[in-house]
Design a protein around this ligand. Structure first.
Ligand code: NAI
Length: 266
């Protein structure tokens, strides 16, 4: 029996590759995107999220086996927090009832190694508190200061998303319902999102300065898609709240070998 997957961002990049690989395996995919998808919706808007979830559940026939939200933007604008954080969390919450009907429900989201970068702690807190209006207000204030400061919205959205995954994954709604909820944090993936930046040596050098990738350098979308597919397969029974840095070694390069000393006795 094929499993039914809901994949957002299915029209491009990581989402499109994930959807294709799943279909190649004989699974059923309901794609969600602004255009060129089974469900066309704007996940930056609250109504877009709930409508998209309702339409996806209808197409699925009531039961959804897995959700892989890939839709995201990296622009230095306020909307980035709405798409990357609330467009994932509120969409997933709307799909929870349909997921709990599956025999092997799974969710894997796409965070980023950018979650390790400098960000806005106030925006992260507002997002985690579910306060989209406040998060947008902070994001607008940053975006108004130009693209360099405005870029902070992106790492903030991904830091908040990674924390949400850890926080929620162990609650009765997720772990208690038998749903592994995890994240993949990519390095620099070759997709339309990064195409402009990577097409000049200067652009690539700028990216590489903040995203060192000693293992195999820039990655194809398949490198992320295959991990998302395993995380959402029935084989994954016990992974909860993990943010897996599938990033050519960027996390290990930046954070070093000791990420555990927080637990040492002082
Ligand atoms: P992409 O630009 O190729 O695809 C993103 C898709 O999301 C597009 O089809 C777009 O239409 C859709 N989307 C954007 N806003 C939307 C909205 N409001 N409602 C519905 N759909 C919307 O980008 P890519 O590279 O495939 O990115 C996928 C995810 O991976 C994003 O969350 C991104 O932040 C993350 N990521 C990408 C990295 C990269 O280097 N490309 C690195 C780390 C994370």
């Amino acid at each position: 029996m094929p499993r039914t997957y809901v994949v957002t961002g299915s029209a491009s990049g990581i989402g499109a590759t994930t959807a294709q690989l799943l279909r190649d395996r004989g699974e059923r995919v309901i794609g969600v995107d602004l255009r060129n998808a089974d469900v066309e919706a704007d996940l930056s808007m609250p109504a877009g999220r709930t409508d998209a979830a309702a339409k996806a559940v209808e197409l699925a026939g009531g039961t959804v086996d897995a959700v892989i939200p890939c839709a995201g933007i990296s622009a230095p604008i306020a909307k980035t927090i709405s798409v990357n954080f609330f467009g994932v969390t509120e969409f997933l919450e709307a799909l929870l009832p349909a997921l709990t009907k599956s025999d092997a429900p799974r969710v894997a989201v796409v965070s980023s190694m950018a979650s390790l970068q400098t960000n806005s702690p106030e925006m992260v807190e507002a997002a985690l508190a579910g306060d989209e209006a406040r998060a947008l207000e902070i994001a607008e204030g940053l975006a108004a200061q130009g693209p360099q400061i405005g870029y902070l919205v992106y790492p903030s959205s991904k830091r908040a998303l990674s924390r949400w995954v850890r926080r929620e994954s162990i609650t009765p709604a997720w772990a208690g319902a038998g749903i592994p909820l995890n994240a993949v944090a990519p390095g620099t993936v070759i997709t339309p999102m990064t195409a402009d930046l990577l097409k000049t040596p200067e652009g690539a050098a700028m990216v590489d300065a903040s995203v060192p990738m000693p293992l195999n350098y820039h990655q194809p979308p398949e490198s992320i898609a295959n991990l998302l597919i395993w995380l959402t397969s029935p084989e994954n029974t016990h992974l909860a709240g993990q943010v897996i840095y599938n990033d050519g070694g960027a996390d290990a390069s930046l954070r070093g070998d000791d990420i555990w000393s927080w637990a040492d006795q002082k």
